[in-house]
Design a binder for this molecule. Structure first.
Ligand SMILES: [Fe+2]
Ligand SMILES: [Fe+2]
Length: 377
């Protein structure tokens, strides 16, 4: 191997993965002019090889994507009345109470009544949907970058459909937040660090790895989770359409990188493994919802140890990786470079999903035909 081995500290900026103090010290700020600029220096590639279908699996994905475009304005029941507080109460009843599963004795939450718990639940909804929104804009930008930087025509075609998908996702999450919820949150600092790293990297395959495999893989699992849990029919339908698209997007990443990674040597694959590990940690960090605790006037340092030690927490956290791990295995990333990523995913407690079905095999099953398309068929 020719490259220097990076330490955990080199990759994620701290020695211990679970160093709560270090995680919470990274705090996001929003630029006063409302813009976030990331410099990126990469090659834009033209190809003169226009042979459509030279990569049959990407071509098939492209043809499917063309028929799966839904319309965020007309295919969703926007007249649905969304009562955020009621949704919080329903969710709490299903889970057996507001603090079910947590030992809150001796914490500031001990004094919380229904009012505070409901306010927390409402903030949590606002935060969750805000992060989805920012992540979707990240996907929009990354996919536009792939259109420019990937060398294959079938991939450029497919990526172009994904740009449109992501525009719709940004559009519907923004509309849902504005019209149905009660406040925005800035992009979480850990999510932003990850998006910045993905955008700034000059290598085209790193955009795919960071976005299609890691962020979208996690989004697919997180959307699926919320889709199951939410009693709101509007959000349920919205997530159903978005998930159908995301499954294709992740499949796009798997099918493209599978080919490209065969050309890479062990040292190059190790760099990809490190990038995947960094992304996994950033995404884990973001789920701490530190901004919600801040807004509720509770110091995250006092309460997060309690939240993190709840019995269901590890299971939830691991489930978020249920799409990422099998896809990394399919790409050969778990076992390349002496199984470095397998070791890291084992430390993160997510290796159990390695044999789950990978997304290049299951995207068809997740397809959803929207009413506007049904009329055309
Ligand atoms: Fe998306
Ligand atoms: Fe996507």
């Amino acid at each position: 191997m020719t490259t220097e081995m990076s330490s955990t500290e080199d990759i994620i900026g701290r020695k211990e993965i679970d160093d709560l103090e270090a995680i919470l010290s990274v705090v996001g700020t929003e630029e006063a002019d409302g813009r976030h600029v990331v410099h990126s220096d990469y090659d834009t590639i033209f190809t003169w090889d226009y042979e459509k279908g030279a990569r049959p699996k990407l071509n098939k994905l492209y043809e499917k994507a063309k028929n799966a475009q839904w319309n965020g304005e007309t295919d969703l029941p926007w007249d649905t009345d969304v009562d955020q507080e009621k949704l919080v109460v329903i969710a709490a009843e299903e889970q057996g109470g507001f603090a079910a599963g947590f030992d809150i004795s001796g914490t500031p939450l001990e004094k919380w009544g229904d009012k505070e718990w409901i306010a927390f639940g409402v903030e949590s909804q606002n935060w969750t949907l805000s992060q989805f929104l920012h992540g979707e804009q990240g996907a929009l930008v990354c996919t536009a970058k792939i259109v420019e930087s990937v060398p294959w025509i079938d991939a450029k075609y497919y990526a172009a459909t994904q740009v449109m998908d992501e525009a719709r996702h940004v559009e519907v999450f923004a509309k849902y937040l504005d019209e149905k919820l009660s406040g925005h949150y800035p992009v979480n600092a850990h999510l932003r660090m990850l998006l910045d790293d993905i955008i700034a990297d000059s290598r085209w395959d790193m955009t795919y790895l960071g976005m299609q495999i890691m962020i979208e893989g996690l989004a697919l699992a997180a959307f699926g989770f919320l889709h199951q849990l939410t009693p709101d029919p509007l959000l349920k339908q919205l997530l159903r359409y978005v998930m159908a698209d995301e499954a294709r997007h992740v499949a796009f990443g798997v099918l493209s990188l599978q080919e490209y990674y065969q050309e890479l040597n062990a040292a190059e694959l190790r760099e990809r493994q490190e990038f995947a590990f960094e992304a996994a940690v950033r995404m884990r960090d973001r789920f701490l919802q530190q901004e919600v605790w801040d807004r509720m006037g509770v110091d995250p340092k006092t309460i997060l140890p309690v939240v993190l030690s709840a019995p269901d927490r590890n299971e939830f956290q691991a489930l978020l990786f249920s799409k990422i791990v099998p896809n990394c295995r399919k790409l050969g990333l778990l076992d390349a470079a002496d199984g470095w990523l397998r070791t890291k995913f084992t430390e993160l407690g997510v290796i159990e999903f390695e044999s789950a079905v990978d997304t290049s095999e299951e995207y068809d099953a997740m397809a959803a035909v929207p009413p506007s398309q049904r009329e055309l068929i």
